[in-house]
Design a protein around this ligand. Structure first.
Ligand code: IVH
Length: 689
């Protein structure tokens, strides 16, 4: 469940209170009229809590326009009076507040609540649908709760709101109209097709659609019934069944179906279950509603001016938040797709700090009219990748700037094919091939000298190489066909490739550039599995046994490995990574489960029994070594190499600019050596020795 803060920062002065009231009124008006909002839901709730707290302390200073105690914050009025007021719900923000609320209700009743009903709090707009003789005659918005706006014209596009009930009753259905996720996507597809700006938010889309009269296109909505005037005597769970039997759509049959609960413990479990399902639901919810189920309990509890006393909303953290768009980065995918990514002012959405969000494609940026510096709506739910939905154009200050689209591929600098919505490097997969061959040949991977940028481009463009495995099939004749490639260079390159064929497993694995695995992780994986074949056979569960790989990362890596399987097979066929060159192979198994250990050790040597962390830049005899090579040195000398300082660390090699690791090692009383002192200690194992 998302952590929500229920702390309220007190308003320090009457002026601060007045300012808070006016922001809240402005936000409520925007929200209830066109569904837009200058504030995120959480911010609005926090503002309202601060206002309420101030008013409790200073009851004689309450401003008449204060949104407290009013339905819809007192922001809107309609002209059709409601038969019975359409009330709002009180909110609680934690399980403790819910328990307090329930205890208060039971005190008022003077008896335990007979049973509860727990159901989703649908994130849409409340409506009243009037039926006469079973025929739908009028559809109203909630308005200010006392009178609403006539939106009967919109009824035909609302799924789940029957034109005719199963029985010829005079009845008023109450419920929520919303855009399901699928309807929201479809609505934005349709709007884009008609040159209209996409909806920022399903709720604003629903609000706008219910009011709109002369649109040249039709957008479907969905109704969920949760009440009826005229059937109030029924228990709530029985009422929901009766509504469904009349042909109205309810949340029954959805994964968040209303459930009757015997006690608060069950209520808590159901809330947790619905919360856990939230991101998988086909519609948005902003909370869970807990209702006293028995008609008798509801009647005995009654209602206040704003909300019933027998129901409460357990609010969930908003999935939409407002933050600032700081920059747009352009990343090139495996197939050459060039995808924009938003860099955001960090914002916490449902307990997770979001710094990046997807922007789909350049056309989408244009369609949404985004600018750098804009306040934007960001959406994140469960595991989905956060996305930027829309700018709050009315919040612009004039300091916003245009988003600059790249003119060349940001990875290989060749041209961009922008004929489709999704831009692509003209090299397509080859763009990736050049980049991945360059990466694989790098010093910390296969360290293939003579395979720099231009050679990689040449090899890929000539068609000789389209992935890593092709490198190992190159012949001298083939190389000699390349421009500026003489006998000597060809021999040297082939020799370097030959050396790479026998490279240590962790280097081969690192060369694959599997997402989520850098140098350190590659060493751990290599040590854990011991062979390319074992890595290829690893599933998410086995990968999760590797230190530092959680279930999420394990799934990611296993998916990548699956797509790399053909490449891995071809590498194996070329004898790459099959060398059990890893001297640590057996030791690796022995070291399994040793949390901190990166490499495997221990061979007999001066570092036997030592767990070594290397930090800062190396000098003296170690100056020429990459970090990977220093770690290899540690292992050759019998030690275990590790990337982070902990209780288990026994030795820190601290070069220049060693920062926090040195401080931590000092505080733990760990032995610290300079690169020169360390080089002396392991002199027999230095690469040149
Ligand atoms: S009951 C008298 N049940 O939430 C009972 N309301 O924040 C009042 N809402 O005005 C409503 N899902 O628009 C109820 N399952 C549900 C609901 C629900 C969404 C909305 C409704 C209400 C608002 C209060």
């Amino acid at each position: 469940m998302g952590a929500m803060t229920t702390d309220t920062t007190p308003l320090p002065s009457p002026a601060a209170y007045a300012a808070a009231v006016s922001s809240a009124v402005r936000a409520a008006t925007a929200y209830y009229t066109d569904g837009s909002t200058p504030l995120g839901d959480d911010e609005y709730d926090a503002l309202l809590r601060a206002i309420l707290a101030y008013e409790q302390e200073h009851p004689d200073e309450v401003l008449p326009e204060s949104p407290s105690g009013k339905v819809a914050g007192g922001s809107v009025q309609g002209d059709v009076p409601h038969s019975v007021p359409m009330l709002s719900l009180d909110n609680v923000f934690s399980d403790e507040e819910l328990a307090e609320w329930a205890a208060g209700l039971e005190r008022r009743l003077g008896r335990p609540v007979a049973a509860w009903c727990v159901e989703p709090k649908l994130d849409g707009l409340a409506v009243a649908a009037r039926y006469q003789g079973g025929q739908l005659v009028q559809l109203l918005t909630r308005g200010d709760g006392l009178a609403g706006e006539d939106i009967t014209h919109a009824a035909e596009a609302v799924l789940g709101l029957p034109a005719t009930l199963a029985e010829p009753l005079d009845l008023e259905l109450r419920g929520e109209v919303l855009l399901t996720t699928a309807q929201f996507d479809e609505a934005n597809r349709i709007r884009t097709e008609h040159g209209a700006t996409p909806f920022a938010h399903p709720r604003s889309g629903a609000a706008g659609t219910l009011r709109a009269k002369d649109r040249p296109y039709r957008i479907e909505l969905t109704f969920f019934a949760y009440g009826a005037v005229g059937l109030d005597h029924l228990d709530h769970s029985a009422l929901l069944e009766a509504l469904a039997a009349l042909g109205a759509h309810t949340a029954a049959g959805t994964p968040a179906a209303p459930l009757r609960c015997a006690d608060l413990a069950q209520v808590g479990q159901r809330i947790a279950a619905i919360t856990a399902l939230r991101s998988a639901l086909p519609f948005g919810i902003d909370g869970v509603v807990v209702k006293a189920d028995a008609g008798a309990d509801q009647q005995a509890a009654g209602s206040g001016s704003r909300a019933p006393r027998w129901a409460v909303a357990r609010k969930l953290a908003a999935e939409h938040k407002v933050t600032r768009l700081l920059a747009v980065e352009w990343n090139v995918g495996r197939t050459g797709i060039i995808a924009p990514r938003a860099v955001l002012e960090p914002v916490v959405i449902d307990g997770v700090t979001v710094t990046y969000a997807t922007l789909h494609n350049p056309a989408d940026i244009t369609r949404r009219g985004l600018m750098l510096g804009d306040q934007v709506f960001v959406y994140r739910a469960g595991d989905v990748i956060p996305r930027v939905e829309a700018p709050l154009a009315d919040q612009r200050t004039g300091a916003e700037t245009e988003i600059v689209f790249p003119e060349a591929c940001p990875r290989c600098e060749d041209a961009i094919d922008s004929s489709e919505q999704r831009w692509r490097c003209v090299r397509g997969r080859a763009c990736q091939a050049v980049a991945s061959v360059r990466y694989a040949a790098g010093r910390d991977q296969l360290d293939i000298e003579g395979l720099g940028g231009t050679r990689a481009v040449q090899l890929v463009e000539s068609g000789l190489v389209s992935d890593l495995a092709d490198l190992f099939t190159l012949t001298k004749e083939q190389l000699l066909t390349l421009d500026r490639m003489g006998e000597v260079s060809a021999d040297n390159l082939l020799a370097a490739i030959e050396t790479a064929r026998g490279a240590a497993l962790h280097r081969v694995f690192c060369a694959l550039g599997v997402r989520g695995t850098g140098r350190t992780m590659s060493r751990r994986i290599a040590a854990h599995f011991g062979s390319l074949a074992a890595i290829r056979a690893a599933d998410a569960d086995t990968l999760a046994e590797v230190d530092g790989i959680g279930p999420e990362k394990a799934r990611l890596i296993s998916a990548e490995l699956l797509s790399l399987a053909p490449l891995l097979d071809r590498l194996a066929a070329q004898g790459v990574g099959t060398q059990v060159a890893e001297p640590q192979r057996t030791a690796a198994v022995a070291a399994e489960g040793d949390g901190e250990t990166v490499g495997a050790g221990p061979l007999a040597g001066p570092l036997t029994g030592e767990t070594v962390v290397v930090t800062g830049s190396m000098t003296g005899p170690l100056a020429a070594l990459s970090r990977t090579e220093v770690n290899e040195l540690v292992e050759r000398a019998g030690g275990k190499s590790s990337s982070s300082v902990s209780q288990r660390t026994t030795l820190l090699v601290a070069g220049e600019k060693a920062g926090s690791k040195r401080a931590k090692a000092e505080s733990l009383g760990i032995r610290i050596l300079s690169p020169e002192e360390f080089a002396e200690l392991v002199a027999d194992h230095l690469p040149s020795a």
